[in-house]
Design a protein around this ligand. Structure first.
Ligand SMILES: [Zn+2]
Ligand SMILES: [Zn+2]
Ligand SMILES: [Zn+2]
Length: 275
């Protein structure tokens, strides 16, 4: 399984489109890894995790052919992860659509997609697959374990995932704070080959220990330590922090200064992990 980080930012992107803070100013000057599009992932060539406002530029950059996409897995319905407008162009008067795409997500994701496109999934040749916390789904050679994220008021509408393919297991845990106890129990039975963990609040001193809804860098590290303690990962398992906000002082070198001593990689746009 090959995973590409197509984006590594939280909702406002980095530099945030309208922001004149020091981080955004420096990011504009530095370019490179300090430029972050909204977080989403490409799994091999047939699966995306989230489909936000940067999806078109991201797929151009990484050479994704949308006609080959088989499924899009949604973590949740927030604007930086779900941009319904691009799905409108699947309607027959706009495009000659020859293959259906599965939309896997919580009921809130599916409802928002239909409400904002003004079409049912079927009219858009999409196959909706509603999932919730604790669900397991087999779809072809890809399996999914859905975990309850501590996000969207811990409502169960936001999900983290263990994606499995070819005997390898990947944890995607962004847009979450510290998990509920039942989720830790679920992950304890998993053997992960890589883990991607939320670090939205970054290294800003006042946010280091943030743990509700999102995580600051010190909580991200504690989250990794808990995965170790439960035996879900080993000290050799690749672990990557991702989903950074400019409000967390998310310049790449500053994040690396914090995370490198903890042996946690810092996500950036275009980073790949091969499991
Ligand atoms: Zn987000
Ligand atoms: Zn800013
Ligand atoms: Zn969110």
């Amino acid at each position: 399984m090959k995973v590409t980080l197509m984006g590594s930012a939280a909702a406002e992107a980095v530099p945030a489109l309208w922001c004149d803070c020091d981080v955004c100013r420096q990011a504009r000057r530095n370019g490179g890894k300090d430029i972050r599009m909204r977080t989403s992932y490409l799994i091999d060539r047939d699966t995306m995790v989230d489909f936000g406002p940067d999806a078109f530029s991201q797929t151009l950059r990484y050479g994704v052919d949308w006609t080959q996409l088989r499924r899009i897995v949604f973590t949740h319905a927030h604007e930086d992860h779900l941009n319904p407008v691009e799905f409108m162009w699947r309607e027959p008067s706009y495009s000659r659509v020859t293959s259906r795409v599965k939309i896997i997500g919580s009921p809130r994701v599916l409802a928002r997609l239909e409400r904002e496109t003004g079409h049912t999934c079927n009219e858009l040749q999409l196959d909706p697959v509603p999932v919730g916390p604790g669900d397991r789904l087999d779809d072809g050679d890809l399996s999914l374990l859905c975990l309850k994220a501590n996000h969207e008021d811990n409502s169960g509408q936001a999900l983290n995932f263990v994606l499995s393919r070819g005997g390898k297991n990947l944890l995607i845990a962004n847009d979450t704070g510290w998990w509920d106890e039942e989720v830790w129990q679920q992950i304890a039975s998993c053997r992960l080959d890589a883990a991607i963990i939320d670090a939205t609040m970054g290294v800003a001193t006042k946010y280091l220990d943030w743990r509700n809804g999102h995580m600051g860098a010190r909580t991200t590290t504690a989250f990794r330590d808990k995965l170790l303690q439960l035996g879900a990962i080993t000290p050799a398992t690749p672990v990557c922090a991702n989903h950074f906000s400019h409000n967390g002082e998310a310049l790449h070198h500053r994040l690396e200064d914090f995370f490198a001593p903890h042996r946690i990689m810092v996500g950036y746009d275009g980073m790949t992990l091969t499991l």
